[in-house]
Design a protein around this ligand. Sequence first.
Ligand code: BT5
Length: 324
Amino acid sequence: NINTKEKIIAKLLSSQGEPLSGQKLAEEFNISRTMIWKHLKSIEEDGYVIEAIKKKGYILQSIPELVSPEQITPFLETKSIGRNILYFPVCESTQTIASEEARNGAPHGTIVIAEEQTAGRGRLERAWDSSANKGIWMSVIIRPKISPQYAPQFTLVAAVAITKAIEDLSNCTPEIKWPNDLLISGKKVTGILTELQADMDQVHSIIIGIGVNVNQSIKSFDETVQSIATSLKMETGNDFNRAELVAKIAYYIEKYTDMYVENGFAPIKLLWESYSGTIGKRIKATMLTETLEGVAVSITNDGVLQLKLDNGEIKGIYSADIDI
Ligand code: BT5
């Protein structure tokens, strides 16, 4: 059934302004005119605009804004990031698919992307709200030749890359909240989930999961996150072309990954600090086994947060939830 629907979409896309006759479609797929009509209704629900011309047939007026490879590729300015795209209208989690693909040898730069996730996840198995056609839900597989201890730095590389991309296309500058959130007006617009496949000496792949809230209104968010989440549309009043933003993010991930491999973490750290909303603030860091309070004084060259406790002691924090 889905197959017939996809074939009808393909026919509409290739008909180039010539009306498609419902009768001919019915004959070709060997189903009733009513079934054809039902498929067309379902296609319209996906965001395609179809005009029916009496006695002639159906013409495609416009296609929905998607994050399909066909819509992303024209915007791409990269050598490797996004040159292999695996696209899903719906999946459980792009991160899970990307892990599998990475294990099976998917090339550096592969992007797994979905219109909708039914089991999107954050750190520590928390849920990530990923409603259909409104956000960017993607996982990028990179294969830098580094040792595993440096992998967490790629969360910071990604944070800078996404910040730059959002700034370029929206004129909003998100603030980076260490380690993995981007905020606009104090609300979360992006979450990053970095996972690693490695042996003791060498990284095989780093999988950067990226969730960006783009065209949602407050109502499209799950009630549990409505008070903490925002989208680019909510902040600016504008709709954004998600495919263009995906390509921009790919561009900056490539740029900063190359920069990292050539020059190390120092230049990335400078950029990161310029966008950070954490450094210099008094924070509470909640970790798996303890909670610490103090002033976030800096990040080290390894991306570790330096927290100055009230007794003057400096503690290195590798991962935590931060309250400011
Ligand atoms: C994150 O975790 O922020 C990482 C999110 C990564 C999502 C991407 S989407 C593509 C890829 N595939 C996946 O399955 N995941 C990645 P964390 O720091 O643990 O934050 C999770 C918390 O953010 C939740 O507990 C909620 O409070 C909140 N949250 C959930 N959905 C949100 C949304 N859409 N916008 C803002 N906040 C949200």
